[in-house]
Design a protein around this ligand. Structure first.
Ligand SMILES: *[C@@H]1O[C@H](CO)[C@@H](O)[C@H](O)[C@H]1NC(C)=O
Ligand SMILES: *[C@@H]1O[C@H](CO)[C@@H](O)[C@H](O)[C@H]1NC(C)=O
Ligand SMILES: *[C@@H]1O[C@H](CO)[C@@H](O)[C@H](O)[C@H]1NC(C)=O
Length: 281
């Protein structure tokens, strides 16, 4: 039933795509983004550890709610940026996240529209909601990561930070890119790769609810900010989630701001510098 509602909404969202875009200064991804191969990552184990069917359990469920309308409207000024660093308690609580509906529309108008057709945007919307429901990862977190990793550009290329990162979530080895001959299927798979992990490595589900691929990095306790640092850096400094350990220092702070209405997609922007974060390009 819910899924049918979702499909019905997609054409409406596609129609919104006519709004004139503000071209992100950096459409796509940049060095330092993406899932990183963890130091001491165990040898390839059972495929059942990640990928399709993976689901959050335990404390991570405190950061999941499926409603598309629960949550505020986000920052009044969508260029607002708060510097978040240090321990997880310094980052915004769950009730501060804006609602999914407004968050999707905001990013659709400002970023997705630059490189994605109306059908592609509708397909991405459906994929986020389907994977969120199956993985029990909040759809807003999935959307924030997509915006962070690729500015929502489904045509984004692969990068390599030690492993090959492909697709809108620049996910672990084995992740796929967009396939124009299979629009819905490849977009769904790109969202799965980053959220549920690939056949060989972790995604957000495994960083939130840990398994042997991620638990050596220390206990994330289901906290999405700690999980995000693990995803991007392969290890976590629990005293400072803005310690990039060679990856993007601003990564977790950016997600925290995106979840509250920030749309910034620039690389090395003034906000980062003002926060003392190293800019990448
Ligand atoms: C995205 O769109 C911009 C602006 O139209 C274009 O310059 C760029 O090549 C596109 N990038 C990709 C990867 O499609
Ligand atoms: C973790 O971050 C804290 C605070 O920034 C810093 O003092 C410490 O050296 C970092 N730990 C490691 C292992 O890098
Ligand atoms: C955390 O890391 C960021 C980025 O390197 C740095 O600016 C900040 O001073 C560090 N320490 C704390 C406690 O915030």
């Amino acid at each position: 039933m819910l899924y049918q509602n979702i499909l019905a909404i997609a054409p409406l969202l596609a129609a919104l795509a006519v709004a004139s875009p503000v071209t992100p200064a950096f459409p796509g991804t940049h060095p330092g983004q993406g899932a990183k191969v963890p130091i001491g990552f165990p040898k390839i184990e059972s495929r059942a550890l990640s990928g399709i069917g993976s689901q959050v359990s335990g404390d991570g469920l405190k950061w999941y709610q499926p409603s598309l309308t629960l949550g505020g409207p986000g920052y009044a000024d969508k260029n607002n940026y708060v510097c978040y660093r240090g321990i997880k308690e310094n980052f915004p609580s769950f009730d501060k996240w804006m609602n999914f509906h407004d968050m999707f529309e905001l990013n659709q108008k400002t970023s997705m529209v630059v490189n994605d057709s109306g059908e592609e945007q509708g397909s991405l919307y459906n994929a986020i909601l389907q994977v969120a429901k199956e993985a029990l990862v909040d759809p807003r977190l999935i959307l924030a990561v997509i915006m962070q990793e690729s500015t929502g550009n489904i045509h984004v290329g692969c990068t390599n930070n030690g492993i090959q990162n492909c697709g809108i979530m620049q996910a672990f080895t084995g992740s796929v890119s967009f396939n124009p001959n299979d629009r819905d299927g490849s977009i769904l798979q790109m969202v799965r790769d980053g959220t549920q992990g690939t056949s060989v490595g972790p995604g957000y589900v495994q960083w939130i609810t840990q398994n042997s691929q991620t638990s050596y990095a220390g206990a994330t306790q289901g906290n999405p900010y700690q999980a995000a640092r693990g995803y991007n850096s392969g290890s976590i400094n629990f005293s400072n989630l803005s310690d990039g350990k060679g990856a993007t220092e601003a990564y977790v702070s950016d997600l925290a701001n995106r979840l509250q209405g920030w749309t910034g997609n620039t690389c090395g922007n003034a906000k980062w510098l003002a926060c003392g974060f190293k800019a990448f390009c």
